[in-house]
Design a protein around this ligand. Structure first.
Ligand SMILES: [Zn+2]
Length: 271
């Protein structure tokens, strides 16, 4: 029997309220096809309370202090559109290796699976905001943009006790107005340097090879934890990046001190 903190139970109760309206359009940046079969499982999954590692295992697997990315080669791997039913498998790969990544999540999915988000947070992953419903924010009114951001801020904070500092705009679509609204809520706006285009390259070996070929110091790499091939690629990506001399860090660690309202596509690299 898994004992759940009160905050889990509160969040789980919200699933009932949100289930009817929680259908974040899935995913794909920036040219991904319309929501497809690969994402449908996420919206129909039941709340997950199963995969909770013991407090001891979390503690012992917490990564060491962040490196100085102005001195060593760092890379920040990012995963959008979760949490999904695949996210725990992905976390296994990172936690077993003492590595970290950044997860840009949707508030309704967080409410649907708070345990996975808390597991990620407790293991040192950074939790960022990917809006509630995955709209192109540049096409929305200021009020809608603010709501899309604030709802997910609140859902994450309910689970982790800490509101995100980073916004990944859906499809990477942002504007001066969107950046300003994000800044008003304390968020930096984060796109990406490069990535394996995992929405169209649908096998793990290709995702691994493209990631290792396209990485460079200071890079922010875009992926999605809604694709099985992306999750399957993670162990070889982590090991391969380390063999190339990279330190895996979160986006905030990579940038150093991201400023609210500022837009970033990469982070620090050694001079
Ligand atoms: Zn997305």
């Amino acid at each position: 029997m898994v004992r759940l903190p009160v905050k889990y139970l509160v969040a789980a109760g919200l699933v009932v309220l949100l289930a009817g309206c929680a259908t974040p359009a899935d995913s794909a940046e920036p040219t991904e096809p319309p929501p497809g079969v690969t994402q449908s499982a996420a919206t129909t999954s039941t709340p997950s309370v199963a995969p909770s590692p013991s407090a001891d295992s979390v503690t012992t697997s917490t990564p060491a202090a962040a490196p100085d990315c102005s001195v060593v080669n760092c890379v920040a791997i990012t995963y959008d559109d979760g949490p999904s039913p695949l996210t725990n498998q992905l976390l296994d790969a990172y936690i077993q290796r003492g590595a970290v990544a950044t997860f840009f999540v949707h508030g309704p999915k967080v409410a649907n699976d708070p345990a996975t988000v808390l597991r990620a947070f407790d293991a040192g992953m950074e939790i960022g905001n990917h809006s509630s419903n995955h709209p192109n924010l540049t096409l929305q009114s200021a009020d809608v943009v603010a709501q899309e951001i604030s709802d997910t801020q609140q859902e994450v904070a309910k689970v982790t006790g800490q509101a995100p500092r980073l916004l990944r705009p859906p499809y990477g679509e942002t504007s001066a107005t969107v950046n300003q609204i994000a800044g008003q809520q304390g968020l930096s706006v984060i796109n990406w340097t490069d990535g394996p285009a995992d929405w169209e390259n649908r096998d793990a070996a290709t995702v691994v090879n493209l990631t290792l070929a396209r990485v460079r110091p200071g890079a922010i790499i875009l992926m999605h934890d809604t694709h099985q091939w992306t999750v399957d690629a993670a162990p070889a990506i982590i090991d391969g990046l380390r063999q190339q001399g990279y330190e895996l860090v979160t986006v905030s660690q990579l940038i150093g001190n991201p400023q609210p309202g500022q837009f970033y596509t990469d982070g620090q690299a050694p001079a």
